[in-house]
Write a protein that binds this ligand. Structure first.
Ligand SMILES: Cc1cc2nc3c(=O)[nH]c(=O)nc-3n(C[C@H](O)[C@H](O)[C@H](O)COP(=O)(O)OP(=O)(O)OC[C@H]3O[C@@H](n4cnc5c(N)ncnc54)[C@H](O)[C@@H]3O)c2cc1C
Length: 221
């Protein structure tokens, strides 16, 4: 069985808001460093082209992100201060908050809104659209995105160091037998692998068991 092997410098697994922000920021840092060195504003060597990839199990970036959300824009502002001008898909800013007690026929308004429920200054977004937009910004910054690439297992070297991810085989029947359109998963190797699978990621689970990462730590809730 011929398995494709792809070499990257940095591999992000999962195209959620966390990883896309990380990939975008890294691409910008590399570009900024190379430009500063070329202009003589910074000592050191240029990094050249750093290949940054994001793999996503969904058919498109954002397709597995289903939540509508109230978004505190603090982190997005730090990442991209002009996110509004750059067309971030924001449905509406939150202008008013109410805390209501609902009966069968009435809504009784509380004179106070508990602080954790105050969303003034935040935005109502579709996280699916926002993530797709972040994906476009990543690609414009030179990040390579592979949709429909589910990370299936971690790859290790002889010293047990993570060296990338093997993606899942395609074209298997229900019993796991190859169909005529069978395609073995690819090995994506990288110097650095970042797992951003969201909560309860399958690769995080494998890694946690193998390297005993949860020993002495609180379980995920
Ligand atoms: C119902 C609900 C409502 C929420 N409401 C709000 C809200 O109002 N405001 C707010 O700020 N937050 C809200 N959140 C939380 C918010 O959605 C998360 O904090 C945020 O999405 C986490 O981002 P992430 O990038 O870490 O992970 P995720 O958004 O979970 O993204 C992970 C991505 O990785 C992909 N992936 C996972 N495993 C693999 C793999 N092995 N290989 C390839 N790809 C993989 C997934 O398909 C997904 O695209 C809500 C969450 C839920 C579930």
């Amino acid at each position: 069985m011929e398995r494709e092997s792809i070499e990257m410098d940095v591999l992000f697994v999962g195209a959620g808001p966390a990883n896309l922000s990380g990939a975008f920021h890294l691409a910008r840092l590399v570009k900024g460093h190379n430009e500063a060195v070329a202009k003589g504003e910074r000592q050191g060597k240029p990094l050249g082209d750093i290949e940054i990839a994001v793999i996503e199990k969904g058919a498109t970036v954002g397709s597995h992100i289903l939540s509508g959300a109230v978004m505190d824009p603090k982190a997005l502002k730090e990442l991209m201060p002009d996110f509004v001008e750059r067309g971030a898909p924001l449905e509406s800013p939150v202008k008013e908050d109410y805390f209501l007690y609902l009966t069968k026929t009435r809504a009784i308004k509380s004179p106070l809104t508990p602080p954790p429920l105050k969303n003034h200054g935040y935005y109502i977004v579709s996280l699916n659209k926002l993530t797709a937009w972040l994906g476009e910004k990543c690609e414009a910054a030179g990040v390579i995105i592979f949709p429909e690439f589910p990370g299936a297992e971690m790859l290790y070297d002889e010293a047990d160091r993570v060296v990338g991810v093997r993606t899942g085989d395609k074209g298997l029947d229900r019993e796991g037998r190859p169909r005529p359109n069978f395609e073995p998963g690819a090995d994506i190797k990288a110097k650095v692998t970042v797992l951003g699978e969201g909560p309860r990621g399958s690769l995080v689970k494998q890694l946690t068991q193998r390297l005993n990462l949860s020993d002495g730590r609180e379980p995920q809730v």
